[in-house]
Design a protein around this ligand. Structure first.
Ligand SMILES: Cc1cc2nc3c(=O)[nH]c(=O)nc-3n(C[C@H](O)[C@H](O)[C@H](O)COP(=O)(O)O)c2cc1C
Ligand code: SF4
Ligand code: SF4
Length: 596
């Protein structure tokens, strides 16, 4: 009997964490109970990206998109939708403001402006079934490259497409491939960088979990273009599901002869091995990554020579990011002009962003380069959580910069973000609201860089520690005006003298917050106050007389007895003795205590 319906269940890490495995089981049990297993398929797919609303179940061909599906809802979807053809109304996505029901994925604002190239198969196919990938034109690009194109033609298409590396630096991919091709050696390597260490970023993880073959196929095409027969995927150990799906994909590709010797009956042979990293952020830097694969310490080395000349085991090596590889097959199939028509003049195609922080729709979005920050945060992201005011967005991971509201209409591309003192990085996008203290944010990212510095060069190892000490002094209320100048000078020195990208970019959060939020630094240093009420040492607690009913609750919890007042009369805090523990603030049921 022909299959008449498919239930696609999100099997990304986010939805699995909210029990989508159990939802899948319940759907399968229900279908079996209704004796419909020959007519209805239940599939686990990769990530749909809308993690805020998971677990997600999509019913095809009806094109109905269910959100926040739990076990009960799964039973209802079978009993109502599958059996009786009635949509389960309460699990349809609703616009938060208007309550309008939007049953189709494409009509939901989160998806409306997305163009999915790297994520094309995520949420559409079963990543553990190579036949589904093949049915979605999988391995066609490799076949075309091997049987219809010379390696030089492949490189030419990638060059003309304008594809730039999605791992952070934005280096033109075709030029890198050409340089590796031109390096003279009988042995060369392809490496896929799946180390993805930026806090909050999960673009690469989702691609590997949702469409692992697209990365393998992209690597094989790169191998053909540069003249390599072997590739490594360096993936962090914290990604067990991605590693599992990669292993399944490699096994299935080998079984069908799509990896291994004489692929498609040609002279080209290519195989891939997984290398598991231990989770050090610095191992994402390409030379540190190469050292790590070789069994050495994950420390960067000075460039040049670049990996394209002297890479893994001293052989020419082409290293690209997961998302870069995921873009390669559509470029080969659809042509350079198709890809180059999307995006801005200098940044072509799309970019996947992991939208996180104080935004309503946390998740993964893929948008054309040139989409504005406002469109991503307010249209796709649904605006700021709790109706609060937008303050800044941090792009580019821990060493990116914080961009304020006056630049929300900046079209995002590599160059515009760099001009704003931030960067594209791998695509992390963390939204901050009025409650975030930008001095504290700079300190948070600097702590990350200090922890993750490999310690090889003094500028980064010692310089960042000194920066952090000054920031700590400021957030604790001991900052002096000279500290602000010291911060700036030291940050510039570290940028100029650190050996690798980590140290060269780690002062970005400090410099960008000093540029755009200098008033907050001044408030901390001059007025000894934290305008956002975050830096606890600087907080001052007040009782608002008009709101205080004299219930005495705050006076009773104050551990140093500095709140005075008679019952049913307005209370007062003696700030001299206040130790800023915040107990009174948390206790008052009348919102009569404020802190500034
Ligand atoms: C500290 C540091 C961490 C990095 N981490 C990653 C990473 O996790 N993934 C990645 O693809 N590139 C990372 N990069 C960039 C790589 O060094 C390299 O530029 C990239 O893998 C090249 O691929 P692409 O040209 O496709 O972007 C990192 C760079 C630095 C300096
Ligand atoms: S800049 Fe930092 S991470 Fe890079 S080599 Fe120097 S110490 Fe190591
Ligand atoms: S707990 Fe609130 S209402 Fe009660 S005395 Fe303190 S400030 Fe006034």
């Amino acid at each position: 009997m022909a299959v008449r319906m498919e239930l696609l269940v999100c099997g990304g890490t986010g939805c699995q964490a909210s029990n989508s495995n159990r939802v899948l089981e319940v759907l399968r049990e229900g279908i079996k109970g209704a004796n419909l297993q020959d007519e209805v398929n239940v599939l686990m797919t990769g990530c749909f990206g809308f993690c805020e609303k998971g677990p997600i179940v999509k019913v095809m061909p009806d094109n109905i998109f269910y959100v926040e599906v739990d076990e009960d809802a799964a039973r209802k979807i079978v009993a109502e939708h599958v059996v009786k053809g009635r949509i389960v109304d309460e699990k349809i996505y609703r616009e938060p403001e208007t309550e309008e029901k939007l049953p189709e994925q494409s009509s939901i604002p989160f998806y409306r402006k997305q163009i999915r190239i790297a994520l094309r198969n995520c949420g559409k196919i079963d990543p553990e079934n190579i036949n589904e990938y093949i049915a979605a034109d999988g391995y066609m690009a490799l076949a075309k490259a091997l049987t219809e194109m010379t390696p030089e033609e492949v490189i030419d298409v990638v060059k003309r497409s304008g594809l730039r590396g999605r791992g952070g630096g934005g280096f033109p991919t075709g030029i890198k491939w050409e340089a590796t091709r031109k390096s003279n050696s009988d042995i060369k390597y392809v490496i896929c960088n799946a180390d993805e260490g930026d806090p909050g970023a999960f673009m690469d993880r989702s691609i590997l979990e949702g469409d692992p073959h697209s990365v393998l196929e992209g690597m094989a095409i790169a191998g053909y273009a540069i003249g390599a027969q072997f590739g490594y995927i360096y993936v962090r150990a914290e990604y067990p599901l991605a590693i599992h799906r990669l292993r399944v994909a490699i096994k299935q590709a080998r079984e069908l002869g799509l990896l291994g010797n004489n692929i498609f009956g040609t002279n080209f042979s290519f195989d891939v091995e997984i290398k598991i990293g231990a989770g050090a952020f610095i191992c994402g830097e390409e030379t540190a990554l190469i050292n790590s694969i070789e069994g050495g310490r994950g420390e960067p080395t000075v460039k040049p020579p670049y990996p394209a000349q002297v890479g893994l085991w001293k052989k020419p090596t082409n290293i690209n990011n997961v998302e870069t590889f995921a873009n390669v097959c559509p470029i080969i199939l659809n042509g350079a002009d198709w890809f180059a028509a999307i995006g801005t003049q200098k940044s072509k195609g799309t970019k996947v962003f992991a939208l996180a922080g104080k935004v309503n729709n946390v998740g993964l979005v893929e948008v054309p380069m040139g989409t504005t920050l406002r469109e991503i945060i307010f249209d796709l992201g649904g605006g700021i959580k709790g109706g609060k005011k937008f303050k800044a967005v941090q792009t580019g991971g821990p060493s990116g910069g914080c961009i304020p509201s006056e630049h929300l209409d900046t079209p995002i591309d590599y160059d515009n973000l760099t001009a704003l003192g931030s960067m594209m990085g791998s695509g992390g996008m963390i939204v901050m609201d009025e409650d975030d203290c930008m001095v504290n944010i700079a300190k948070f990212y600097l702590e990350f860089s200090c922890d993750e510095s490999c310690g090889r060069c003094t500028a980064c190892r010692v310089g960042n520690k000194r920066l952090l000490e000054i920031l700590t002094k400021i957030t604790e209320g001991n900052g002096e005006m000279e500290d602000l100048e010291r911060l700036r000078e030291l940050a510039e020195t570290i940028k100029d003298s650190a050996l690798c990208g980590l140290g060269q970019t780690s002062p970005n959060p400090v410099l960008s917050t000093m540029k755009f939020f200098y008033d907050e630094y001044l408030a901390h240093v001059k007025d000894k106050s934290c305008p956002s009420g975050v830096c606890t040492n600087l907080l001052k607690y007040y009782i608002i007389p008009e709101k205080c009913v004299g219930c005495t609750a705050c006076a009773r919890v104050c551990p140093v007895n500095v709140i005075h007042g008679e019952a049913k009369k307005v209370h007062v805090i003696d700030r001299e003795g206040c130790i800023k523990c915040g107990e009174c603030y948390r206790t008052c049921r009348f919102n009569a205590i404020t802190r500034k």
